[in-house]
Design a protein around this ligand. Structure first.
Ligand SMILES: *Cc1c(COP(=O)(O)O)cnc(C)c1O
Length: 359
């Protein structure tokens, strides 16, 4: 491996070096077949084994019961913003949404094309600096589902306890899936683009409870029906083979570390190092309200935009890349997903201490 930069990018984001090395080998010669993993037919045995193993590992790591189907789809997390209401909502039906960030807002915009949408809570007026507690909003009993985003990647906020509505939940877990254990049973559908915490861009995992498949209206184009992808085991059309292959390697790596409970512990320690530094030094200001702080994306500001620019520049020079905040909030953002090494967080903390002392 060449020298690695500590890559704080929000997505696509850093992957374990051992996974990259394995993927590089598989790209040239998959399991000594004399062919690349991206040269073989997706219906040939060696690739069927890849996709089946990825599904099995995901089921095992997230403890997914048999009445949930696991799909590997294309179109990114953003396609699910439309595909979900297309399948689960009719024009005379209603769904509840929690508007806790740009990704939630985009999902609301799409859902309005298909049914009635109630926005039960919005933190937009406070630059999305928090997520609500269950007591902060009401879900109408007539809602088909409650939609929320478990981790708001741009603002660095995260639900630390999930809603408890009497309707199925639909959740965008793009930026925190596999970062902590959770019980999937209150969820009707969970989805995640792979490129934050699971692998490369190009594949989106959708986990859907079987009974919801019957809600899909008949007039949808075949490719937009979840049922199509369930019935064809994610092989309705050519799947993104390489992305699925790498997701499989990441899942194997995670299992080797001890699984989701083990990585959660590590994630908590990494995030605590940064939040402690933000709170300890009278120089940095966290964007997220304390009760909503994300373990995946740590957002903070310095006393001025000029100092922020200087800080990011110094960080980059030290091999700490990707710390510039999203254009919609400014400031800095350290994305420290599962694969981000603790050593990189320690280096960032040193720079934060040193930079505050000098400025
Ligand atoms: C990145 C992200 C998305 C968008 O993902 P695409 O695959 O680019 O469509 C959606 N939701 C969340 C929470 C994200 O972090």
């Amino acid at each position: 491996m060449p020298k690695r930069i500590f890559n704080f990018s929000a997505g696509p984001s850093t992957l374990p070096p051992e996974v990259l090395a394995q993927a590089a080998r598989g790209l040239v010669n998959h399991q000594d077949l004399g062919m690349s993993v991206i040269e073989i037919s997706h219906r040939a045995k060696p690739f069927m084994a890849v996709i089946e193993e990825a599904e099995q590992l995901l089921r095992e790591l997230l403890d997914i019961p048999d009445n949930y189907k696991v799909l590997f789809l294309q179109g990114g997390a953003s396609m699910q913003f439309a595909m979900i209401p297309m399948n689960l909502l009719r024009p005379d039906q209603m769904a509840c949404y929690l508007n806790t960030g740009v990704w939630a807002k985009k999902a609301i915009k799409e859902a309005k094309l298909f049914g009635k949408i109630e926005v039960a809570y919005s933190s937009e007026g406070l630059t999305y600096n928090h997520v609500p507690a269950p007591a902060d909003y009401q879900v109408s009993p007539g809602a088909e589902y409650l939609y929320f985003v478990s981790n708001n990647t741009i603002y660095g906020t995260q639900f630390h306890s999930f809603p408890t509505p009497h309707v199925p939940m639909v959740c965008d877990m793009s930026s925190d899936i596999l970062s902590r254990p959770f019980d999937i049973r209150p969820f009707g559908l969970v989805f995640a683009g792979a490129q934050k915490n699971m692998g490369p861009a190009g594949v989106t995992v959708v986990i859907i409870r079987e009974d919801l498949l019957t809600k899909t209206p008949g007039h949808l184009p075949t490719i937009f029906k979840y049922r199509t992808h369930v019935e064809s085991a994610s092989m309705f059309n050519t799947p993104p083979c390489f992305a699925i292959y790498v997701v499989g390697l990441v899942l194997k790596w995670l299992k080797g570390l001890g699984g989701v409970a083990a990585i959660e512990q590590i994630n908590r320690e990494k995030a605590a190092l940064l939040y402690d530094t933000i709170d300890r030094l009278d120089f940095y200001r966290g964007h997220a309200r304390r009760d909503s702080r994300s373990l995946m994306n740590v957002t903070f500001n310095l006393p001025s935009p000029e100092l922020e620019t200087k800080f990011v520049k110094e960080a980059t020079a030290l091999g700490l890349d990707g710390l510039k905040g999203h254009r919609s909030v400014g400031g800095c953002r350290a994305s420290i997903y599962n694969a981000f090494p603790r050593e990189g967080v320690e280096r960032l903390v040193s720079l934060m201490e040193d930079f505050a002392a000098r400025n």
